[in-house]
Structures are given as C-alpha cells and as structure tokens.
Design a binder for this molecule. Structure first.
Ligand SMILES: [Zn+2]
Length: 219
C-alpha cells in the first residue's frame, strides 16, 4: 500500500525551520525539527546539513516509525534517532524541536536544570527543564539519554550541545522553545545579582490545572 504523504506537513517543517532561525533559537544548519502526522504516524523531518533558508518542502524527508525513508530524496537529519525515539516513546506528541539556543545552553554547559522561576514556564513546561546525560551528537545513546530525561515533560537540556522541546503540535513546541530560552535568560540574569525564587510545586500544579481547564476563550 502506498504511503499517504501530505504536502502541508512538508511545508510546516520547512516553515518551522525558518522560524527557529528567525527567533534566534538556532544558527546555520544546526538544530532540527520533525512533525508527526497523527493520521498516518509518518514523521516529516529536516534534511541533513542544509541551511534553513534554502530548505524547500520537497527537501523534507518522510520516515516511518522504524526510521525507513518512505518519501524524499535527501538524507534525514543526523538526529533522526533522537526525533523518532521521542515520538515513539510519547504518543501524545506530534512535534520535536532540537535547538541550539544561547541562554538555555549556558545551563546545559553547567550540567544544571532550569527550574520554574516564571509563570509562563510553570504553566507551559512545569517544574523544570532537566539536563540529560552527555552523549555524542547523532548517536542512539543521545536519543536514549534525552528520552530518559524528558519523561513526560516538555523540555530537556543537552550538555554542551543545546535543547530539545516538544509539543502536541508545532505551535506548542515553538512556544516551549521560546519560553525555555526566555526563562534561561531571566534565570542567568537573576543568579548574577541574587538568589532566584523558585515557584512552589503546589502553585505550579494549580497553574497547570488552570491552563488545562479555564484559560482562553470559551466557544
Ligand atoms: Zn544539535
């Protein structure tokens, strides 16, 4: 049976890559992103080693859950193990962003987590963005380490490397990446002049409950 390939997902990956660069969340050809079509389970991923500005929808590679290329002529991102391992472990997700952001990376270099010090972080990401165990880029070991650190969470720091942010869709993953980076910036500034106050876990739980049930416009 031929695979159902949907052009809108190729466009979403190409556009999402440009957004990562425009938001300063990665540079050059580094970082990568994938989106899973919930209807087919196929994963649309950035091609390896291409600058985001030059990537067109036809350059996007489509993989099945086992990593076989089912559409596309390019090589997939070197971090395809990372993307597939996360998506296979988390049926609730449809988008994975691997970024090389400035301020979030500071804490990965230190091997530290980023705690919930701002309300948007608490609401969207939760108690913390943990730091995973170091492994070389592109390896299955890196994928395993990130899956273990991520658990049921939304964001993980990669030592001496960058970050991984996830979402139920590409918009949520982009928001996670932006809020993680903004919070890392605040945390760095706050620690440089004092001792940051971390939000109480009970308040984080209440804020997350509110976001799930009461936030936004009613139809
Ligand atoms: Zn990377």
């Amino acid at each position: 049976m031929p695979f159902l390939i949907r052009e809108e997902f190729k466009h979403a990956v190409a556009d999402g890559g440009r957004a990562l660069v425009a938001r300063g969340l990665t540079v050059g050809t580094w970082g990568n992103l994938s989106i899973r079509d919930p209807a087919t389970g196929l994963v649309y991923i950035k091609p390896s080693g291409m600058p985001y500005e030059t990537i067109e929808p036809e350059d996007i590679v489509v993989l099945d859950a086992a990593g076989r290329v089912v559409s596309g002529t390019r090589k997939p991102s070197v971090e395809f193990h990372l993307h597939l391992s996360i998506l296979n472990a988390r049926p609730d997700l449809a988008a994975v962003l691997h970024t090389h952001p400035l301020y979030s990376s500071v804490f990965g270099v230190l091997g530290e987590e980023i705690p919930a010090i701002s309300e948007d972080f608490a609401q969207l990401i939760g108690e913390k963005a943990p730091c995973s165990v170091y492994a070389l880029p592109g390896t299955e070991e890196l994928a395993r380490n990130v899956v273990a650190a991520l658990g049921a969470g939304k964001a993980v720091l990669l030592p001496n490397h960058g970050a991984v942010c996830v979402g139920k869709n590409i918009d949520e993953a982009m928001n996670v990446a932006a809020v993680l980076e903004k919070t890392a910036h605040i945390y760095l500034l706050a620690r440089s002049i004092g001792t940051p106050r971390v939000i109480d876990p009970r308040d984080i739980a209440l804020m997350q409950e509110f976001m799930r049930n009461d936030y936004g416009q009613r139809g």
